[in-house]
Design a protein around this ligand. Structure first.
Ligand code: AHR
Length: 324
């Protein structure tokens, strides 16, 4: 669609909404028809319950707003994401939403998008680039803070004395780097908190289980706690702990990040001790950003999504109100 015509349409829609004539809440989903805004969404994959919830949030928000969404699942590979972005550029989409699998290696393709005047909205994970003008805005949680919150909870729970094994996320990804950093900041200041093993479980349940089995073989009873960079790996570790004849949540404390339904169920069952929320419901904010950009607004470089800590003490009370 012609960009200036689109900007006018978005502007009119926003004005009508402001006047109360077409509030999006409760509206019937619109059909993406001729002339609809076209947005390309490059998703990392479907490695976790969190990721599936994020995809669903973007898809349903696009449908609600009548956006023609071009969806691409990269199966965890950056090269697939780069290919998808090039295809979106070739198709002349109005905007691109990118959830980048790793932090580096994006500059060439982002320059291509910039040359084509297609704004790129980053969701969920940040990137490292020499020129921040290569993307319009980032909407994400503060992963360093999440790591800190997990460590602070564990320090309180164990009075600062515990041997920990760490299941890291995908190497090179922002959440793996930052959640490790935030956790380390807290435990490095407390000599009784020690990481005895640390390895990537790639954010998947299967890999989390496999790595935890190896940790248990190597360290056995020395392991007193697991810190997993996401709930899916924690759920895999819980299975490995049970298969080793131990009680997760009691013999070994388990703390993780995301706050997905499976984690709340495991907390209610007494198998997971704590999860730090990382909200994946980014669809509304992502499309608000796209609409504002196409209407000519400049956005803050980063919008931080607020998260909180949930442990077994509150799990039963809040499980029914969880949205993902
Ligand atoms: O980038 C967010 C992380 O990616 C989530 O914690 C994890 O579950 C996902 O795979």
């Amino acid at each position: 669609m012609n960009r200036s015509l689109l900007a006018i349409q978005v502007g009119v829609a926003l004005l009508l909404a402001a006047l109360g004539g077409c509030g999006p809440a409760g509206e019937a989903p619109q059909e993406a028809g001729a002339g609809a805004m076209t947005v390309g969404f490059s998703q990392i994959g479907a490695e976790s319950q969190w990721r599936t919830a994020e995809t669903e949030s973007i898809r349903s928000e696009a449908a609600k707003r009548g956006v023609d969404l071009k969806f691409s699942d990269a199966q965890q590979k950056q090269e697939n994401q780069i290919k998808a972005l090039r295809a979106f550029i070739a198709q002349g989409v109005d905007a691109i939403i990118l959830a980048p699998v790793v932090e580096t290696g994006w500059e060439p393709v982002l320059r291509e998008a910039q040359r084509a005047k297609i704004p790129v909205v980053l969701v969920d994970r940040g990137i490292t680039v020499s020129d921040e003008a290569l993307y319009a805005t980032l909407i994400a949680s503060d992963f360093v803070a999440e790591g800190r919150m997990a460590a602070e909870w564990l320090a309180r729970k164990t009075n600062g004395q515990v041997n920990i094994v760490e299941l890291q996320g995908t190497p090179g990804s922002a959440p793996a780097i930052d959640r490790k950093k935030g956790f380390a900041e807290v435990i490095d200041a407390q000599p009784g908190l020690t990481i005895i093993k640390s390895q990537s479980g790639d954010f998947t349940r299967a890999k989390g289980k496999e790595v935890m089995e190896a940790f248990l073989k190597a360290e056995g009873d020395r392991i007193q706690a697991v810190y997993a960079h996401n709930d899916d790996m924690a759920l895999g570790a819980i299975q490995a702990i049970e298969e080793a004849g131990k009680k997760p949540g009691t013999d070994i404390i388990v703390v993780s990040i995301d706050g997905v339904r499976g984690a709340f169920e495991a907390m209610v069952a007494g198998k997971l001790n704590c999860t730090v929320e990382c909200n994946p419901l980014l669809g509304p904010a992502a499309f608000d950003a796209v609409e504002k950009l196409l209407a000519g607004e400049t956005l803050p470089k980063k919008t931080v999504v607020q998260d909180q800590v949930f442990d077994q003490a509150v799990a039963k009370d809040v499980i029914d109100s969880r949205q993902y």
